[in-house]
Design a protein around this ligand. Structure first.
Ligand SMILES: [Zn+2]
Length: 276
């Protein structure tokens, strides 16, 4: 079992992937599918302000992973998230899959997207999540070379671990399909995305049981959400119920990737090393 800071029993991170229009836009769509794109616009335009209000009311710092293109479309929303004290991480430029790029393209995307986000918010960006959680070995090498502090795309544990090996080691904050709102709520007829749009009560039960499991085993409950999905009114009410459920435990360590990285660098977290 990991010894979490302050003798806490398990860790909790709320993360939001602000894909906005990049979740739907691609060269084949040619910018003409306005209804599809508007689902993404809803995420940054309507959902983010509500999410920021909810997080502020509960005094929670969260992590937002943002494609660089979103910072170009709507720099003010990205600045608003950063100014509210939340962590910002890279998430591709146009939300491109890393396994569909060459290593050279992946490295350029990392450099360019980091630069765009840093220019937008006026502070350094050290954390990364691969679009659709699809990460390649060359991207991990690139993250180490560029001085990133963490990735959050792999599923090889339910506690933080180290990837990459000596001399370059990267902190990995693992994710899970069970803890992703995309799997529950995403839907589009064409292109065919998702299946059943789940009832928020069912999703609450799923995520509550995951909280109980992580607490029993001392794991890290990292929830991945997309503002365009979780930001619908009924789902935000469900998320607030979940926050209140977790807050009912006094042994949860609420943290961001910055917090985990700082504890690890201080020697306060003894983390396993998995080659990949
Ligand atoms: Zn994404």
């Amino acid at each position: 079992m990991i010894m979490w800071p302050d003798r806490k029993r398990f860790a909790v991170t709320l993360s939001f992937d602000l894909d906005a229009e990049t979740a739907w836009d691609s060269s084949s769509l040619d910018g003409r599918r306005l209804t599809l794109l508007s689902m993404g616009a809803y995420g940054r335009r309507v959902a983010v302000p509500r999410i920021l209000e909810l997080l502020a009311r509960h005094d929670i710092r969260a992590q937002f992973y943002i494609p660089a293109r979103v910072a170009e479309i709507d720099p003010n929303v990205v600045r608003g998230i950063a100014d509210a004290g939340h962590g910002i991480g890279c998430h591709g430029y146009f939300h491109e899959r890393t396994d569909e790029q060459t290593p050279q393209q992946n490295l350029q995307i990392l450099k360019d997207s980091k630069a765009v986000l840093e220019r937008t918010i006026g502070r350094e960006v050290h954390h990364y999540r691969a679009p659709v959680w699809e990460i390649t070995p060359d991207v991990i090498d690139g993250l180490v070379d560029l001085g990133f502090h963490s990735d959050s795309s792999l599923m090889g544990d339910d506690r933080p671990y180290l990837v990459g090996g000596a001399p370059g080691q990267l902190l990995e904050l693992p994710v899970s399909w069970a803890l992703d709102d995309w799997e529950q709520f995403a839907y589009s007829a064409e292109p065919a995305v998702g299946g059943v749009i789940e009832n928020p009560d069912k999703v609450f039960d799923l995520w509550r049981s995951e909280v109980d499991g992580m607490r029993a085993y001392g794991g890290h409950f990292t929830l991945t959400m997309h503002p365009q999905l979780i930001g619908r009114p009924a789902r935000l009410l469900m998320l607030e119920r979940l926050i209140e459920y977790i807050k009912g435990f006094d042994d949860a360590w609420w943290c961001t990737p910055d917090d985990v990285h700082a504890q690890w660098r201080n020697g306060a977290l003894d983390l396993p090393l998995h080659p990949y």
